[in-house]
Design a protein around this ligand. Sequence first.
Ligand SMILES: CSC[C@H]1O[C@H](OP(=O)(O)O)[C@H](O)[C@@H]1O
Length: 355
Amino acid sequence: MTDIDYARYDRIRPIHWTGDTLELLDQRRLPFATEYVTCGDSDAVAAAIQALAVRGAPAIGIAAAWGVVLAARDIEADDAAQAAGRIEPALQRLNAARPTAVNLAWALARMRAAMLRAQAGKGGDWRNALEAEARAIETEDLAANRAMGVLGASLIEEGSGVLTHCNTGSLATAGFGTALGVIRAGVAQGRIDRVFAGETRPWNQGARLTVWELQQDGIDATLIADAAASHLMKGGGVQWVVVGADRICANGDVANKIGTYQLAIAARHHGVRFMVVAPSSTVDMETPSGELIEIEERDPGELLGVGGSRTVAEGVQAWNPVFDITPAALIDAIVTEKGIVERPDTASMQSLFRG
Ligand SMILES: CSC[C@H]1O[C@H](OP(=O)(O)O)[C@H](O)[C@@H]1O
């Protein structure tokens, strides 16, 4: 199989640590403007996560980790123990930015652990330990995505068509992407002939971000309305639906962008296989099943217009849950950097994540 030239996918990096500030590629402005949000403190990072200037489960974890580094610069402390107490309110505000993606809490836990190691004299100066940990979280995510790309692509037969949802590419991660990494690897290896991307209403991650990312790679992708997905599957246009995740539970239930659940139902009905691709930082073995996951509900105003132009009459009500839960029974494979869980359930998840 063809080796992957990963460097060609490195042009888009949503997160840049300057040494003093965190520069975030403002994903609200893409694809028509390349603008950055400069964060000088942790609360600016929390605001950028909440506003979706930076978004995507792994990317918000990475941004939050750098937010902790910024918070450490705003406190005085004689040692790591004192610092841990003084910095905690900033970590709580970062954690409160968005509730569904477990990567946010996971990254903050990693940063707290780095401070504890520094406290025990195992991590050197506690500020340096935090910066090293944030860098490690970012580096590990990129490596995980590259490994998952090849792993997931290995499940896809040559000549396949694939449908993806939302944006799971370099914009949502440290680079290369999760589900989009599988698509990049599958196209590079000649396994995937046709790529379809759902627009992903209401925030249009697919229409504004995914097809733009793939265009940068020179990969032809066809945009479809979310409502066209079942019709595409019925006509045999795709053999796989490949999506990301925001939280994967101990029984294999998956929280992901709203619309994922109905894609899984349609895929099962039409004999299309369903793959979830996510790093182990998205696996939450402490949450037994999907009904226990908090589903973020955002401003209904996100449904009332597009690109700043209102499309709905004044006074109309809207409901805007931005994630849903796909039961494990509808998932054929969960691909992580630690391996593949086929036909996920509690036992198969535990064999990989609680061995
Ligand atoms: C690899 S990104 C995972 C996940 O995050 C996205 O949500 P959002 O754009 O609201 O941050 C979407 O659910 C992706 O599948």
